[in-house]
Write a protein that binds this ligand. Structure first.
Ligand code: PGA
Length: 258
């Protein structure tokens, strides 16, 4: 298990009007006081809500960080519809998702594109949260580890060691995302162990020990503790349940005991 603080991150996806952002952020800001400070909290709203989230969360003095759901690899230019690292930094973002499975499956992101995004995030001092995970078909055909290896080979493992150690990995089995079907704690632990072992082979034991690996896929208050209790699960990337302040904070509480 990583010695780094645990991270509970809420990926709002394409949810969060300004009014909803105000309500959710205010509730999170008030509720975060009861969460042990050794747990890091992060919200990842849509781009349009980031400025409002920043305004609402800044008074919490860094207790809750905020980040972007994606970024382009160039700092600026003719890329209609895209958002860059410097734009996220200007809004106070500290983290950015890279390669979420919805970006991979719905928008065709893979390989070189994701490596460029990782590098751009690091160049602009954003912590990338690199998402990896297998589909149901891949799991059922016994290809899980092969798929994880391939996804890591073309992204994190193509970085320099100094860059790679700044990446957070999120293991998110595609079949568990938004489906209500969570990986069992054993399945999650096994995948995390595999990722860390591969990281160790590539970069050595010290960086592998420090690597933070989050689990994501239908994490809810009811299942958070059994997942977060497992060795090597260093936090959670929460989708649906992060849209309710009480549920998100309860998941953070579950991380305290682990
Ligand atoms: P979920 O989403 O918690 O709604 O399954 C997780 C994610 O996509 O990061």
């Amino acid at each position: 298990m990583s010695a780094a603080p645990r991270l509970i991150a809420g990926n709002w996806k394409m949810n969060g009007t300004i009014a909803e952002t105000i309500e959710l952020c205010e509730a999170l800001r008030l509720g975060a006081d009861r969460i042990d400070r050794k747990i890091e909290l992060l919200v990842i709203p849509p781009f349009t809500a980031l400025a409002e989230a920043a305004r609402r969360l800044a008074p919490a003095g860094g207790r809750i960080a905020w980040g972007g759901q994606d970024l382009h690899w160039e700092p600026d230019g003719a890329f209609t519809g895209e958002i860059s690292g410097p734009m996220l930094r200007e809004l106070g973002c500290t983290h950015v998702l890279v390669g979420h499975s919805e970006r991979r499956t719905l928008f065709g992101e893979a390989g070189e594109t994701l490596l460029r995004k990782l590098r751009a995030a690091l160049r602009h001092a954003l912590v990338p949260i690199l998402c990896v995970g297998e589909s149901l078909e891949e799991r059922e055909s016994g290809a899980t580890e092969r798929v994880l290896d391939a996804q890591l080979d073309e992204t994190s493992f193509a970085l320099d060691p100094e860059e790679a150690r700044r990446v957070v990995v999120a293991y998110e089995p595609v079949w568990a995302i938004g489906t209500g079907r969570t990986a069992t704690p054993e399945q999650a632990e096994q995948a995390h162990r595999h990722i860390r072992a591969r990281f160790e082979e590539r970069f050595g034991s010290e960086p592998a020990g420090a690597l933070r690996i989050l689990y994501g896929g239908s994490v809810k208050p009811a299942n958070a503790r059994e997942l977060l209790d497992r060795p090597g699960i260093d936090g959670a990337l929460v989708g649906g349940a992060s849209l309710r302040a009480d549920a998100f904070l309860e998941i953070a509480v579950a991380a305290e005991g682990a």
